[in-house]
Ligand binder design. Structure first.
Ligand code: FAQ
Length: 331
């Protein structure tokens, strides 16, 4: 009896390890992993974690800008901002749908966010104090998002990679509309230029934190890179963003708020001063300027929307009952 039991265990373990080897070989060969394919549990958990955090970020990310829709300075600006905020809602929905292919329900994921158990991007815990912040968000926040998300279009998990293609196209439009707002302000009155500079001063460092902790402290990078979920490290993407953005700030005639910023001829990169990682940790722990306000707004939106979910459910049940009755009548 014992021999049989012992025989069973190694067989299962061998099966698992050969499945795992086949899985890694497919990833190495750049084949996409699809929802019905075998995958290690840890791969599934990593994807659910990252995709759901990403989805929450898109949805919470609507709040700082949504705040300015009624105060946009012209009809054209209002229409563009409204469309941008709606795009972010769409991104959240594609991403929740991509996460659902991994056997987790949207209700569960949203429940984790509302219970304060799930993370969303640190950047959305900062306030939008002036119209220039809308320009800075488009230029810098969407700019950082694109830098991080273009490589995700080649992520090994098919549904996530495909969702990212459309998201990146829209984000790149957002980035340009934000830069155009900054350009208009920078070429406007001295007060408008000062407003643009003030927005850059407040958003620059938090945007650099969007890329995540330094590589030496990133818990998930090594494994996510082996699984080809991540293609570049946090620090590499941060540096790419800095190199792309510094010349854009110069073109605007604005100053990056970093006295240590200097071009390094040897490496061909812009070098920055130290990032305040204590601030990043504080924001992640709930102590940012707007963490409480953001969660309050999301909970209220969820409660206010309860009747819509109930009505949709009642309608679906009515349709199903009608379809079943028609089937019985036809038999
Ligand atoms: N904020 O080991 P790593 C947008 C957490 S979308 C909060 O390096 P990983 C569009 C991390 O989750 C912006 N938490 O982790 C838009 C982990 O915690 P955990 C969102 C952060 O996953 C524009 C811990 O720190 N984009 O902006 C942050 O390998 C305008 C250790 O970190 C995405 O979600 C942070 N900034 O790398 C919308 C892109 N950074 O889970 C509206 C997809 C790190 O163990 C308006 N995500 N953490 O509890 C990713 O690429 C990755 O998840 C990283 C982090 C790069 C964010």
């Amino acid at each position: 009896m014992y021999t049989q039991a012992l025989n069973g265990i190694p067989d299962e373990a061998t099966d698992q390890s050969s499945e795992a080897a086949r899985f890694q070989a497919r990833v190495d060969a750049e084949q996409k992993i699809e929802p019905n394919d075998w995958m290690p549990d840890a791969y599934r958990r990593t994807l659910v974690r990252q995709i759901s955090q990403h989805a929450h970020s898109e949805i919470v990310g609507m709040l700082p800008e949504g705040n300015w829709i009624t105060r946009a300075p012209s009809l054209k600006r209002k229409v563009a901002l409204l469309a941008k905020v709606q795009d972010e809602a769409g991104h959240g929905l594609y991403l929740y749908a991509a996460a659902e292919t991994l056997d987790v329900s949207r209700e569960e994921l949203i429940g984790q966010l509302l219970a304060g158990k799930a993370k969303y991007s640190s950047i959305f815990n900062y306030p939008t104090l002036t119209w220039a912040d809308i320009g800075a968000i488009g230029w810098l926040v969407d700019g950082a998002a694109i830098m991080n998300q273009i490589p995700l279009c080649r992520c090994s998990y098919g549904p996530y990679a495909r969702a990212m293609i459309r998201i990146c196209k829209e984000e790149s439009f957002h980035q340009r509309q934000g830069y155009e707002i900054m350009l208009t302000l920078a070429r406007g009155t001295p007060e408008q230029k000062a407003m643009a500079q003030d927005a850059l001063n407040r958003w620059w460092w938090p945007c650099l934190m969007m890329f995540g902790p330094p590589d030496s402290e990133s818990q998930h990078s090594d494994q996510s890179t082996r699984w080809k979920i991540k293609r570049f490290s946090n620090d590499d993407l941060r540096q790419k963003f800095i190199d792309a953005t510094v010349p854009q700030a110069h073109y605007l005639g604005l100053t990056i708020p970093d006295k240590e910023l200097a071009y390094d001829d040897a490496s061909g990169h812009w070098k920055i001063g130290p990032i305040d990682w204590a601030e990043f940790k504080r924001v992640l722990a709930g102590g940012g300027p707007c963490n409480r306000e953001r969660m309050r707004a999301r909970r209220k939106a969820h409660e206010d929307g309860a009747w819509v979910r109930e009505a949709a459910l009642a309608y679906a049940q009515k349709r199903r009952a009608r379809r079943e009755a028609m089937q019985i009548a036809a038999e």
